[in-house]
Design a protein around this ligand. Structure first.
Ligand code: PRX
Length: 646
């Protein structure tokens, strides 16, 4: 692989938390003496009751379970707030910039602590108790972080649903975990347009009997319907509430939050993260991967509706006493220079975003970037999908002026935080490679039969042993947890990703090998889009695959078979697109709908997705063996009628 190699800058090697020698030694120690390593590193958080056991996890069917620091006690909000008050009370915890650049807030650690305590007392007054589920459907405003931390303060389990999901999708996620309380806002704002969050909650709740209360934060101030007895204004509930709330001591293995994510099959699953291991992992990876130093301004552009927002907007940075920037808007409003203006305005030192945003901005030319000084930037990060080398080089050359290392962080909702990444003071960079495993991570590449591949190899990525930030279960379905991640390659956690290891031992993620697609860094189960499509009265059958997309990375390509007598025309295409947006949300908007009189099936009736993928990727010369199909002639018809993403 003749990739350019960017050496570690000398000043980074000298000053960083971890240099090349340190990385090698610590990674080796983390595997050879896991108990000793974690006994020390887990002190990155404060324990109310020290743990005496470290890793009690087992990936085998007999004895299966994930458990870390099992007898320790701690509280997440106390770690993110109280322990910083003596030294950082007046330091900004959250810098916030709204959709409108003139709309800003700065919240110190002391203020955030008081607000979180008040919010926690409001939740208590509404009857929320330890272990109850609270669903958040919020815009990117500081009250979202306050609500998360308030839940952790009293031991309630939060489940955040991204504000771009539809009422149907929201309802499904509320029903699955029986939330008793929902926190939302009147409306969200995006490019000056309003998003009807409260109205969406009202629509969802027609079908959610478990919900007793809705707390509504005023964001835009436009009138919204309030249901007496159920709905409460946050600003009213806050009046006169004490800002004193003792943090609940939580067992390390008590659930901290649920986050629904898509898999190959079935409905989205509620990924469960617990208190101790997750916080240790979020804090430790934030410190080492971003080489975080006290006083720095850290900006992760992710929405808190995704795991990246949980770990690197809120929990990792605040656990480390960092100043975290929270941004409500989008990169192209009011113009394409928004990101870089924010970097200058707030003195951002570490900037972390997704390749899809970089590709969209790169297309608009360098002048939007170079009009900002970007002098404060020290380090850049990428997350969510493989970054193509053009986008990487542009990020490095134009955004970072060749000065800032780029950390390409590979991880998943399931992993809690980064699994692989270069460490900026330790690892020479190869554009497009997530480089090396984090401490405690033991990657293994296996072939389709599960044979371990050594040295230079291309295979399926598994992790051989547990790490503290690993998910513990699927909410209400422990069997599905085991079945999904530990049965394909018994004894190992299977990520679902393909991966190559080069002759320097660097890892290159090649993308999902299952029926999950990655659209603009957002994970989408093809089965979910299919079931939305077949719910339409004119649709008989649907098969969805990913297709290459210049900005989104992957687009959504849907093959749709209509009921007999229905005509596939542009009007129906538009109707189906609207339908899917309504069923799931705008992030599931199909890029291509190809009407298909027949789908390629085996004689036993199984759809051959491999062929559909090849057609969507326009690799029609390499369809492979189609002789096992029940009716091979459908393939020629599909190739003939191929669509392309616009
Ligand atoms: O395919 C990998 C891809 O995103 C998937 C996880 O998606 P999600 O759970 O939504 O979490 C995204 C944010 C952590 C992975 O299975 N992925 C994530 N980061 C990278 C990546 N692929 C390549 N390089 C990355 N840096």
């Amino acid at each position: 692989m003749n990739q350019p190699l960017y050496a570690v800058p000398a000043e980074w090697a000298a000053r960083a938390h971890v240099d090349a020698k340190g990385y090698g030694a610590r990674h080796a120690e983390s595997l050879a003496d896991s108990a000793g390593f974690w006994q020390r590193e887990a002190q990155i958080v404060d324990w109310m009751t020290p743990f005496t056991t470290v890793d009690e996890s087992c990936f085998d069917e007999a004895g299966f379970g994930i458990r870390w620091f099992g007898d320790g006690e701690l509280n997440v909000s106390a770690n993110c707030l109280d322990r910083h008050l003596a030294t950082l009370g007046d330091t900004p915890a959250i810098l916030w910039e709204g959709d409108d650049p003139a709309d800003t807030r700065t919240i110190s650690y002391r203020e955030l602590h008081a607000d979180v305590c008040r919010f926690a007392n409001i939740l208590k007054a509404q009857g929320v108790r330890k272990g109850d589920r609270v669903t958040l459907y919020m815009p990117m405003i500081p009250e979202a972080a306050m609500a998360m931390l308030a839940c952790t303060r009293i031991g309630a389990i939060h489940s955040i649903v991204f504000g771009g999901f539809s009422p149907e999708a929201l309802a499904g996620r509320i029903q699955d975990c029986d939330s008793t309380l929902v926190i939302t806002a009147d409306e969200g704002l995006r490019c000056g347009k309003t998003i009807p969050l409260k109205a969406n909650v009202d629509a969802a709740l027609t079908n959610c009997p478990s919900v007793e209360r809705v707390i509504v934060v005023r964001r835009t101030g436009n009138p919204v319907a309030m249901q007496p007895g159920r709905d409460i204004w946050y600003h009213e509930a806050r009046d006169g509430v004490s800002d004193d709330c003792v943090p609940e001591p939580m067992n390390a293995e008590d659930p901290l939050f649920l986050l629904y994510t898509s898999g190959s099959t079935g409905k989205p699953k509620g990924v469960v993260h617990t208190t101790g291991g997750y916080l240790v992992w979020a804090a430790m990876t934030h410190k080492y991967v971003f080489d975080y130093r006290p006083g720095e301004v850290f900006w992760c552009t992710a929405d808190i509706g995704w795991v990246t927002g949980h770990s690197y907007v809120v929990y990792g940075p605040l656990a480390n006493g960092a100043t975290t920037l929270m941004f409500e808007g989008v990169p192209n409003h009011p113009d394409f220079g928004r990101f870089w203006d924010i970097c200058d305005r707030w003195g951002v030192n570490i900037f972390y975003t997704a390749p899809t945003a970089l590709r969209a901005l790169m297309r608009e030319g360098d002048a939007w970037v170079t009009r900002a000084s970007r002098q404060s930037l020290r380090l850049l990060g990428s997350v969510g999908e493989p970054i193509n080398s053009e986008a990487w080089e542009w990020y490095h050359r134009v955004v970072g002026d060749h000065r800032c290392p780029i950390v390409d962080t590979y991880w998943q909702t399931e992993t809690g935080g980064t699994l692989m990444s270069p460490l900026p003071g330790a690892t020479a960079l190869k554009p497009g490679s997530a480089a090396v495993p984090m401490f405690g991570i033991e990657p293994v590449l296996v072939d389709a039969e599960g044979q371990v591949l050594e040295g230079v190899a291309d295979g399926n990525l598994c992790i051989a042993r547990s790490w503290p930030g690993q998910m513990r279960t699927v909410w209400n379905d422990h069997a599905r947890f085991f079945q999904t991640y530990f049965t394909t390659y018994p004894g190992r956690y299977f990520t679902g990703d393909g991966c190559r290891r080069d002759d320097d031992g660097y890892y290159w993620i090649t993308g999902r090998v299952d029926d999950v697609i990655n659209v603009s860094g957002h994970r989408m189960g093809t089965a979910e889009v299919e079931s939305a499509l077949v719910a339409h009265p004119k649709v008989a059958e649907a098969a969805v695959v990913g297709c290459p997309h210049p900005i989104k990375g992957q687009g959504i390509y849907a093959y749709v078979t209509l009921n007999a007598g229905e005509d596939g025309d542009d009007a129906l295409r538009a109707e189906l697109v609207k339908w899917v947006r309504r069923e799931i949300g705008p992030i599931a908007t199909p890029d291509v709908i190809q009407f298909a009189p027949g789908l390629p099936k085996t004689r036993s009736g199984k759809i051959m997705r491999r062929i559909l993928r090849k057609i969507a990727e326009n690799e029609v010369d390499s369809l492979g063996d189609i002789s096992t199909l029940a009716d091979p002639s459908v393939v020629a018809a599909l190739v003939e009628a191929r669509g392309a993403p616009s």
